[in-house]
Design a protein around this ligand. Structure first.
Ligand code: ARG
Length: 463
């Protein structure tokens, strides 16, 4: 089994189908640079343990540097005979350092602790890139909110008109979960910051190697405290996948609204030409494909997570080859978000809102009925009664054909419903009055929403 990492005890090489199934270079080559960084740190640790002389260390590092250059430039790539990134890189090292010296590097490490370390390094970098992309979406939402500081829209529950809210309030409601997603990636990084290097296959090393040095050199806080945990756990990959799925879901919720808002019936937004698509048959079409792809790809991200969870379920300790199945879904989640996030932030940043349309609809559907009830409470009426009375106002409106709006009830009609309903109630029967009155912390009053936008912006800048 020429050139393989494990030929000695085998009389014959692997069957073609075995080799094909086992091969992972087509995806784990992505980790080559992390593996070389690990190899350099490992060489130094071997040197500290007096397993490499000064001269050997120097030649080893020089060979690894040359290998790294060749990997980066594409001069060195995996061969058909390489099983995985580790085997390919060892071949590259032997070619550059010679078999004698190159063959010393593998002492005290295993592909099991290597791959677990590489994946953590990859996830830490990917988390930072994804967080930046998520923050761009937050920026786009905050910018749109600040562009429309006083524009009302119909606030909905159950997709039915509920109470008027500010468009800015609604947009910022999409920003907060995304800020929490960034926070989640930060929190996760603190857990990803422990290095499995030195765990060996599962039991650690007998060679007197100090895993702290590798950990430090690779930017980790410390080595893991248990070598079995270090090589066999993938909960952190699953946690990462959960966060990426959640980001996908958060984007899908914004997207679904954009899709609805762009319909003829809603007409709340117009999509920018650069962020929408046409139809091959219907010349008039302008479709919200980015939003639909975001919605669709959230399903894919959920699949990446659930596939990994299914792989991990009931897997005995320590390392099992099943664990190799952690990488493709995690890489897919990263690639998917790196494609999706800039498209979504661009789509949001370039949306044209139609505030007059939203303002026209905001008071419809009796969305000020709660304001009538709360006004009555301020006049000393118990809320239980006030709720009934406001409900009767709605019923009175609906008895007209076509139905009246609340502010169209006459003074007499109001007084007939309840004596406390004086014409003064009209002060809350406007959208502006309703919005301004909801001025508690977190409410939709323009003053609160302006503060909220500034606060979201500040939070985003902290990351
Ligand atoms: N490619 C493997 C993985 O991704 C690491 C190699 C471990 N192989 C082995 N036979 N123990 O998990």
């Amino acid at each position: 089994n020429e050139g393989s990492l494990w030929g000695g005890r085998f009389a014959a090489g692997p069957a073609d189908v075995m080799a094909a199934l086992s091969k992972s270079t087509h995806f784990d080559w992505k980790l080559a640079r992390y593996d070389i960084a690990g190899s350099k740190a490992h060489a130094r640790v071997l040197h500290r343990a007096q397993l490499l002389s000064d001269d050997e260390l120097a030649r080893m590092l020089s060979a690894l540097n040359r290998l790294e250059d060749d990997v980066v430039s594409g001069r060195f790539t995996p061969a058909a005979s390489d099983e995985d990134v580790h085997g390919a890189l060892e071949r590259g090292l032997l070619e550059r350092a010679g078999e004698e010296l190159g063959g010393k590097l593998r002492a005290g490490r295993s592909r099991n602790d290597q791959i677990a370390t590489m994946v953590r390094m990859y996830l830490r970098d990917a988390s930072r890139d994804i967080a930046a992309g998520v923050l761009d979406v937050v920026d786009a939402l905050v910018a749109q909110a600040q562009k429309h500081p006083n524009a009302p829209m119909p606030g909905r529950t159950h997709l039915q008109h509920a109470q008027p809210v500010l468009l800015a309030h609604h947009l910022l409601a999409h920003a907060w979960p995304l800020l929490r997603d960034v926070q989640r990636l930060r929190d996760l990084d603190a857990r990803l910051a422990y290095s499995p290097y030195g765990s060996g296959a599962l039991a650690g090393s007998s060679l007197g190697l100090d895993p702290s040095h590798v950990a430090q050199e690779l930017g980790f806080t410390a080595p893991v405290e248990n070598s079995i945990d270090g090589t066999a756990s993938r909960d952190l990959v699953a946690e990462f996948s959960w966060v990426t799925a959640m980001i996908g879901i958060d984007l899908s919720r914004i997207s679904e609204e954009v899709i609805i808002w762009a319909t003829k019936e809603f007409a709340f937004v117009t999509l920018d030409d650069a962020y929408s698509t046409g139809s091959s048959i219907m010349p008039q079409k302008k479709n919200p494909d980015i939003a639909e792809l975001a919605r669709g790809k959230s399903g894919r991200l959920i699949g990446d997570l659930t596939g990994l969870l299914a792989t991990l379920k009931a897997l005995p300790l320590a390392y099992n080859r099943d664990l190799q199945e952690d990488k493709e879904p995690a890489f897919d989640a990263v690639d998917t978000l790196e494609m999706l996030l800039p498209a979504v932030s661009g789509m949001i940043a370039t949306l044209t809102f139609h505030p007059e349309r939203m303002a026209e609809l905001a008071p419809q559907g009796f969305s000020l009925a709660t304001d009538v009830a709360e006004w009555l409470v301020r006049q000393g009426v118990a809320f239980r009664v006030a709720h009934e009375v406001a409900g009767e106002c709605v019923r009175a409106c609906e008895q007209h054909s076509p139905a009246k709006e609340l502010h169209e009830l006459t003074d007499q009609e109001l007084a007939d419903i309840h004596p406390a309903l004086t014409p003064n109630v009209r002060e809350v029967l406007t959208v502006q009055g309703s919005l301004a009155s909801r001025d508690g912390l977190g409410g939709t009053a323009p003053v609160r929403v302006a503060e909220q936008g500034a606060s979201a912006q500040e939070r985003a800048a902290e990351f």
